[in-house]
Ligand binder design. Structure first.
Ligand code: ADP
Ligand code: MG
Length: 272
């Protein structure tokens, strides 16, 4: 098969995305496990024309402990393949759903959230917007460390540039994306990371959009109309989430401020 030609032995099917199949494989040269994302090039979709070329251009540049590494890309007439670091711990949504009460302990959430912010800060330093931060795209390695993956909607955006592209997933979408405004910073990723933090701590979605029309969804985001269960979200965590879900991107908390936030400052057991 195709993968064998490039030196990989297919082991099993580990995932299906909207545009891709992902295979677990071993590399014959390095004797190591990799996850190979295989994308069918034949359908004539917006993703293939517009987003995939960016993803391919971008992923080979990524080099950080909290971002999934991509070792190699190759293409044939029918497929594009990305050979990636394998994340044996699965994704964060699976972890949350399989936890007692379907939420994380505060200490675990703090540990993983800090790693997410470090990953986002790295992406910011190389001028990358991810634009699809959500629990399904946050992977866990064999030690339980978080790695940001799925750069299907990502792009480079230099200082002074802006864009209006609406992308990502509705429940995680920043206010400025929902309202179709142009945006120019990684504040969109901070917003989505705030949604992810809320889900980690409560097991619920901050904005219950399913039952609501777009108008109501926008209203809830504009006024940051969120319910917090008293027992699972303490004061500092609540403050941080509210600061990340601030509707005005210019007033939204920034990565370096998040790192300094009181909720992350008191680390109960990170260093055990
Ligand atoms: P899509 O863009 O189609 O959503 P993803 O990159 O998110 O594709 O991959 C789809 C699924 O494949 C993921 O949700 C996950 O279950 C699995 N997967 C993807 N990459 C990896 C990886 N590096 N390690 C382990 N599983 C992965
Ligand atoms: Mg995905």
């Amino acid at each position: 098969g195709l993968l064998a030609q490039y030196g990989y032995n297919k082991q099993s099917d580990i995932g299906t995305g909207s545009y891709s199949r992902v295979w677990l494989a071993t590399s014959r040269n390095h004797k190591k496990l990799v996850a190979i994302k295989q994308i069918d090039r034949r359908p004539n979709s917006e993703y293939l024309k517009r987003f995939l070329p960016r993803e391919l251009d971008l992923v080979l540049h990524l080099n950080h402990q909290h971002v999934i590494r991509v070792y190699q890309t190759f293409r044939t007439t029918t497929y594009v393949c990305m050979v990636q670091e394998y994340a044996p711990g699965g994704d964060l949504l699976q972890k949350i759903l399989s936890s007692p009460h379907q939420r994380l302990h505060e200490g675990d959430a703090k540990f993983l959230f800090r790693q997410l912010i470090e990953g986002i800060r790295y992406l910011q330093s190389i001028h990358v917007l991810h634009r699809d931060i959500k629990c399904e795209n946050l992977f866990l390695d064999g030690y339980g460390n978080l790695k940001i993956g799925d750069f299907g909607f990502a792009r480079f955006l230099n200082d002074g540039e802006d864009t209006k592209t609406s992308c990502g997933s509705r429940p995680y979408a920043a206010f400025e994306i929902m309202t179709g405004q142009s945006y120019s910073s990684n504040a969109v990723d901070i917003y989505s990371a705030g949604v992810a933090l809320y889900i980690m701590l409560t097991g619920m979605m901050p904005f219950n959009d399913k039952k609501k029309d777009k108008h109501q969804a926008i209203h809830d985001r504009r006024y940051c109309n969120i319910y917090f269960p008293q027992t699972t979200v303490q004061k500092h965590a609540k403050e941080l989430i509210m600061a990340m879900l601030t509707s005005d991107p210019a007033k939204r908390i920034r990565t370096h401020e998040i790192i300094e936030h009181s909720w992350l400052k008191d680390m109960p057991y990170q260093f055990l």
